[in-house]
Design a protein around this ligand. Structure first.
Ligand SMILES: NC(=O)c1ccc[n+]([C@@H]2O[C@H](COP(=O)([O-])OP(=O)(O)OC[C@H]3O[C@@H](n4cnc5c(N)ncnc54)[C@H](OP(=O)(O)O)[C@@H]3O)[C@@H](O)[C@H]2O)c1
Length: 295
């Protein structure tokens, strides 16, 4: 039987409606949620992501502004911009688009960013709170993964989960979320990475596999057990001369092989991706409520 498709777009639309009504309520109280995005350099994918975040903010009534800094920006200049946004009481949320150009230290930037305004949930303070079990803002992609599984009633509680990828933006925060001592979580989580020996010995046992590695169609049918849940986080551009843009987007899972083996699977595009932006909007409203700065 083909797997149930976990489509992200319908849920993302629902989240946007909820956020829009929260924004209306905040505006009535004199608070207009405002997000400041800092984009450094020319990375084309980053520009696309920032553009889609701006459009989403507009759709729900969040004010957003983007500070576009040149590739040549120094660490001191970047820290000064972030510091000024920290101090600006009209700004509720700050997002520094990653990755930064080579030579800039993202860790220092995240240590400087005010955790109360951290809409990505990437600052050490917010990552620590998540790990300790009392989160404030949570990294958007992991939060989106939980939202999509909950929305489609994927059985998560107590599952054996294997996450392939240990990045600070996906693998690590997702592991912290899934292992929480909380209803619908309580998972036993294994985090694999490029140095994992015999990856298939882990994926082949898992109830839920999250592929977040950036390797096109890596996860194959022979690596999983029938009936498992496949969450595909990867977004990879694969050269395709027949496509208008010259490339096709594919995930880290081989959808063609897995759709008849898994019980649930996220498509790429249109699975986890739309939820990432939805969670950013939710986090921005959260920071606006917390900072609560009437303008
Ligand atoms: N859908 C969304 O909204 C969204 C959001 C964020 C990212 N993404 C996508 O998700 C993917 C991962 O992103 P990321 O930022 O987490 O990537 P990343 O920082 O490059 O981390 C990749 C992780 O995968 C591991 N890995 C790489 N090759 C592996 C292999 N052959 N076997 C096992 N593990 C392997 C790496 O191991 P080591 O640690 O040992 O190097 C690393 O932990 C990318 O395709 C990215 O575009 C999508």
């Amino acid at each position: 039987m083909p797997a149930t498709l976990l489509k992200g777009k319908p849920l993302a639309r629902k989240i946007e409606e909820e956020v829009a009504s929260e924004v209306t309520e905040l505006r009535q109280k004199g608070i207009t949620p405002r997000l400041s995005v800092v984009l450094v350099g020319e990375n084309p994918a980053s520009r696309v992501y920032v553009g889609s975040k701006e459009k989403a903010c507009k759709r729900v009534g969040i004010e957003s502004e983007t500070f576009t800094l040149p590739e040549s920006t120094t660490q001191a200049e970047l820290l000064k911009v972030v510091g000024a946004l920290n101090d600006n009481t009209a700004v509720h949320g700050i997002l520094v688009q990653l990755p930064l150009p080579g030579g800039l230290d993202a860790d220092e930037v995240l240590e400087t960013l005010d955790p109360a305004k951290d809409v990505d949930g990437f600052t050490p303070a917010n990552m620590g709170k998540l790990l300790l079990g009392f989160p404030y803002t949570v990294a958007c992609t992991p939060a989106g993964i939980l939202a999509i599984m909950d929305h489609y009633d994927v059985p998560v509680e107590g599952s054996d989960v294997v996450i392939i990828g240990r990045s600070n933006i996906v693998g690590k925060p997702l592991a912290a979320l899934l292992m929480q001592k909380a209803k619908g979580r309580n998972c036993t989580v294994t985090v694999c990475h490029s140095r994992t020996r015999n990856l298939t010995s882990y994926t082949g046992q898992a109830d839920i596999i999250v592929a977040a590695m950036g390797s096109p169609k890596f996860l194959k049918a022979g690596m999983v057990r029938p009936g498992c849940v496949v969450i595909d986080v990867g977004i990879n551009r694969v050269k395709d001369d027949s496509a208008v843009r010259g490339y096709t987007l594919v995930g880290d899972a081989d959808f063609g092989e897995l759709e008849n083996v898994a019980s649930f699977i996220t498509p790429v595009p249109g699975g986890v991706g739309p939820l990432t932006v939805g969670m950013l909007l939710k986090n921005t409203v959260k920071t606006a409520r917390f900072c609560g700065c009437p303008q």
